[in-house]
Ligand binder design. Structure first.
Ligand SMILES: [Zn+2]
Length: 370
């Protein structure tokens, strides 16, 4: 049985709430952490159509990027369309969990997903917002159990480095111990000094996941008293909004337009700049990235891809000689739906839990391109 809180903890293993921008209401926006969930619907946002789909699918939880309660409400009046939507969610027992700027910022989140979709190899952040707080975790395991412990550590969140997961280092050695009265050793006997071939496994872990990793090691480790150490990690990589990178071969702006249209399923998009110019460095930001135009110029980008670019921001880019593609707020963030669906299915499967996770089919952008 899965409860809302469990799905929330899976989401927060990926995009912890502390990563969100200040005053961004992320987490369980509507609902009960203890409620049972059999079906989850994943959507960019809760529209009336997505609500209807959730009811029809008997989904108890909707996981979104945009929070339905982003702005404070002073009432829940049936006469107001948005307030009515909130009332319907509650009346139908539908819980809503949202990961917003924390999912934009998180490694592997919306900006990395967008970069991946567009074939851009990100080499730096567009706008750093903070640092990952990391610990070094070290444990000593009898050789035959080392693989199980390594996997358990990785599944609990240890070993994430950029686009890599499951990163560990292992060295072989000898463990010595003497089980005394009252001990129930997995290897050896009470009163006799034992020598066991052991492996030292080390990895890194975010501070907010250290407890989960410790628990996972204890579950997978055969010893009664496993040695587990956590050390402060001096290395603390930056995290932030947007990404900057390049393609193996530079494309022209016209080729970028074709690529973005094709890979984000857009019939039309807005472009600013000379179509034949070569693009070496590309900045991107999912959603509404117009306020980061100055950062993109400062990062030396030849092209900035985002959504919701306004008139004056476009001129600012134009004057600085940087091309722009407005690929819409919706299309640049819609990449989260497939990724969150796959991720939650994998989390449930890894823990042997039955959970149906479906991408919303009824979600549409607010604008039509005609
Ligand atoms: Zn957005």
């Amino acid at each position: 049985m899965v409860v809302v809180k469990q799905v929330a903890s899976w989401m927060e293993a990926w995009a912890p709430r502390w990563m969100a921008m200040q005053d961004d209401p992320v987490g369980l926006g509507i609902g009960d952490p203890q409620a049972t969930v059999e079906t989850v619907l994943v959507a960019l946002e809760v529209t009336p159509a997505v609500l209807e789909e959730a009811v029809a699918q008997h989904a108890q939880l909707i996981v979104t990027h945009h929070a339905p309660l982003f702005h404070r409400l002073a009432s829940l009046n049936e006469a107001d369309a948005h307030q009515r939507l909130i009332r319907r969610l509650v009346e139908n027992g539908i819980h809503v969990y949202n990961a917003h700027t924390n999912l934009d910022i998180a490694p592997g989140g919306i900006n990395d997903l967008l970069a991946q979709r567009l074939g851009l190899q990100p080499t730096q952040l567009l706008a750093p917002t903070g640092h990952l707080r990391l610990l070094k975790v070290v444990t000593f395991v009898p050789s035959q159990a080392a693989e199980a412990v390594r996997m358990a550590m990785a599944e609990a969140g240890a070993g994430f480095m950029g686009a890599y997961s499951h990163t560990t280092f292992t060295a072989s050695g000898t463990g010595r111990f003497l089980p005394t009265e009252g001990a129930h050793p997995a290897i050896g006997t009470v009163g006799r000094l034992e020598e066991v071939p052991e492996e030292r496994i080390e990895s890194i872990v975010r501070t907010d996941q250290a407890q989960a990793v410790e628990k996972a090691i204890r579950r997978a480790h055969p010893y009664e008293e496993p040695a587990i150490d956590f050390f402060e990690e001096a290395f603390s990589p930056e995290i932030g909004l947007g990404r900057v990178g390049s393609t193996p071969e530079p494309l022209t702006l016209a080729e970028w337009v074709d690529r973005v249209r094709e890979r984000l399923n857009l019939a039309h998009l807005a472009v600013c700049g000379e179509l034949e110019r070569p693009i070496h460095r590309v900045a991107l930001c999912g959603g509404s990235g117009g306020s980061l135009i100055g950062d993109a110029i400062a990062a030396g980008a030849d092209l900035f891809i985002t959504g919701d670019i306004n008139h004056h921001a476009a001129w600012e880019a134009n004057e600085a000689g940087m091309a722009l593609i407005d690929a819409t707020h919706y299309a640049t963030e819609q990449v989260m739906v497939e990724a969150v669906t796959t991720y939650l299915r994998r989390c449930a499967k890894q823990e042997g839990l039955t959970l149906r996770v479906e991408p919303a089919q009824s979600a549409v952008p607010p604008f039509s391109m005609i």
